[in-house]
Design a protein around this ligand. Structure first.
Ligand SMILES: Cc1cc2nc3c(=O)[nH]c(=O)nc-3n(C[C@H](O)[C@H](O)[C@H](O)COP(=O)(O)OP(=O)(O)OC[C@H]3O[C@@H](n4cnc5c(N)ncnc54)[C@H](O)[C@@H]3O)c2cc1C
Length: 509
């Protein structure tokens, strides 16, 4: 127990969405909570700033509503009224020289309706014919985890992998289907694929019944449910607003520029080198906070939640006896870096009636096509409220977010800002016909942006969780574990908050 208060002290390392959500979930517990964020800014991968006077997210911009954790958190902090739905989620694939509709009946790009695949034009006639073999091939056996590309490629052939599945995985993980784990990135489909001979049928078993599409719209129908039932939401002022609200609503002491450099059992605690005898000695942790240049600040805690990416988590656990298996497993999780290039154009720069006339919320670009930009969001179309934020009398703006950088494309990330903006603008012009230079641009670089759930990820996470569970009052949460999306991160935060609460209530490990 911390001597300065009768309430146990919980320290959360990392002020991204996971750390702040964990603090929020502890708000009604009889504990004192401190959040230590190493950078000068809260929010981690959530951040919003203005471009051309319009608040546009620099990192995460949309939240899945099919999982309740994200929307539930938004409601709990009182922001439900700020939620906005997308104008359209109808995405395209830019390949084979044109924008083609992403088939509606697909799961992470894995198709279930081969006639629709053929109509979409995303793969060649030869690719469609090869995909059709899925319905005839004997079951594809697999022993343990495999790369997505191996399993999907065995069923549908390489074109479906390259032009559909790889771009969708690239959009979520900035990763490649040849490395990413089938079990970890598509757990529901991986499970269903064991029950069906055909992978198309397995996908079909996961999709909701098809809603009717007017005949004329069939080829351009959006992927996912139709309007009114969108699977995404955001906040009117940007998802990047959420961290500040969470921090305030948590009631925690939230510190920025508070880099945690070391973690160890507190002197006298079980596991500490000077502990009088392992069992029976008290729990407790000591954190060393500050820059290498400044004097160390030591903070004692009864429980600690590590809400940081794999690399800092591994560094901090090296000071904790008994966690070497977790340190090793963390070391096996690599991260992709990326940049978001946000461009603002006057509406008249686009042919016809502007971006909305194209009918898409954006497009994905297959890596095999050799472009720098891997995904584009037509932000002012996807989120119509952004188009409304203009000075009276001014020409409406179109805002476009271009995502650059897959795993292994570090050289691209080293290019100068102006260079990245020029490449993104040139590729956008080739895809959409926009003319002239953007009125404004903004580059946001995300080093270590997204953990790669490569083959064996589930086993790695199990090893981490098993090692952490041996440590009294220690828990972990964040994007490195059971999903990189915000709802998944929030779910791990709730679990971590429950684990330390249970521990502090006396059900000690
Ligand atoms: C460009 C981009 C777009 C995305 N888009 C979406 C989207 O639209 N929808 C969606 O659901 N998900 C999206 N994601 C994924 C999602 O945003 C992230 O997976 C999630 O926000 C990660 O949250 P986190 O709290 O686990 O980690 P982080 O956001 O990485 O937060 C960890 C925090 O820990 C801090 N830290 C690290 N080491 C230390 C230390 N030693 N001491 C103190 N602090 C430390 C870091 O500074 C950071 O603030 C996107 C990700 C990126 C990069």
């Amino acid at each position: 127990m911390n001597p300065s208060t009768s309430r146990p002290h919980v320290v959360i390392v990392g002020g991204g969405i996971a750390g702040l959500a964990a603090a929020f979930f502890l708000r009604d517990e009889p504990v004192r909570v401190t959040v230590l964020e190493g950078s000068p800014r809260l929010g981690g991968k959530l951040s919003v700033s203005e471009i051309a006077g319009v608040p546009v997210d620099e990192g995460a911009e949309a939240l899945l509503v099919t999982r309740p954790e994200g929307t539930g958190l938004i409601a709990e902090v009182g922001l439900a009224g700020d939620r906005v739905a997308p104008g359209t989620t109808s995405s395209a694939i830019w390949t084979l020289g044109a924008l083609h509709p992403l088939p509606r009946r697909q799961f992470m790009g894995v198709p279930s309706d081969l006639a629709e695949l053929a109509r979409s034009g995303t793969v060649s006639g030869k690719g469609v014919a090869r995909a059709g073999q899925d319905l005839e091939l004997p079951p594809t056996m697999r022993d343990g985890d495999v790369p997505v590309a191996d399993f999907v490629g065995a069923r549908f052939g390489p074109e479906v992998v390259d032009r559909l599945v790889d771009p969708l995985l690239g959009g979520v993980y900035a990763g490649r289907s040849s490395d990413l784990s089938f079990d970890a990135t598509m757990p529901a489909l991986a499970a269903a694929s064991r029950r069906y001979r055909s992978l198309a049928e397995a996908v079909g078993s996961l999709l909701p019944p098809l809603s009717p599409v007017p005949a004329g719209e069939r080829d351009r129908a959006p992927a996912g449910p139709r309007s009114g039932g969108s699977v995404f939401t955001t906040l009117a002022g940007g998802l990047g607003q959420l961290p500040a609200f969470l921090a305030k609503a948590s009631g925690a002491e939230v510190r920025t520029t508070a880099m945690t450099r070391a973690l160890s059992p507190a002197p006298g605690a079980r596991g500490a080198p000077d502990a009088p005898g392992a069992p029976g000695a008290g729990p407790g942790w000591r954190l060393t906070v500050g820059s290498a240049a400044a004097a160390d600040e030591l903070i004692d805690a009864d429980a600690v939640i590590l809400a940081v990416p794999a690399r800092p988590a591994a560094r901090l656990l090296t000071g904790v006896p008994g966690t070497s298996a977790a340190v090793t497993a963390f070391g096996e999780i690599s991260y992709a870096s990326m940049a978001i290039v946000t461009l603002a154009y006057p509406r008249s720069a686009f042919p016809g009636a502007g971006l909305a006339a194209l009918g898409w919320s954006g497009y994905l670009v297959p890596a095999v096509d050799g472009r720098a930009v891997k995904a584009v969001t037509f932000s002012s179309v996807k989120w119509p409220h952004l188009a409304d934020v203009i000075a009276p009398g001014a020409e409406p703006l179109e805002i476009v977010r271009c995502s650059v950088g897959r795993i292994g494309e570090e050289a691209l990330m080293q290019r100068a800002d102006e260079d990245l903006a020029a490449v993104a603008a040139a590729e956008l012009a080739a895809a959409t016909g926009v003319h002239g230079a953007p009125a404004a641009h903004r580059i946001t670089r995300w080093g270590g942006a997204l953990p790669q759930y490569t083959v064996g990820h589930l086993d790695r996470v199990a090893r981490i969780r098993a090692a952490v569970a041996t440590q009294p009052g220690l828990a972990v949460c964040g994007a490195a574990y059971e999903g990189v999306g915000i709802p998944a991160c929030v779910a791990t935060a709730r679990a971590a908050a429950s684990q330390v609460t249970e521990f502090l209530r006396g059900g000690r490990q």
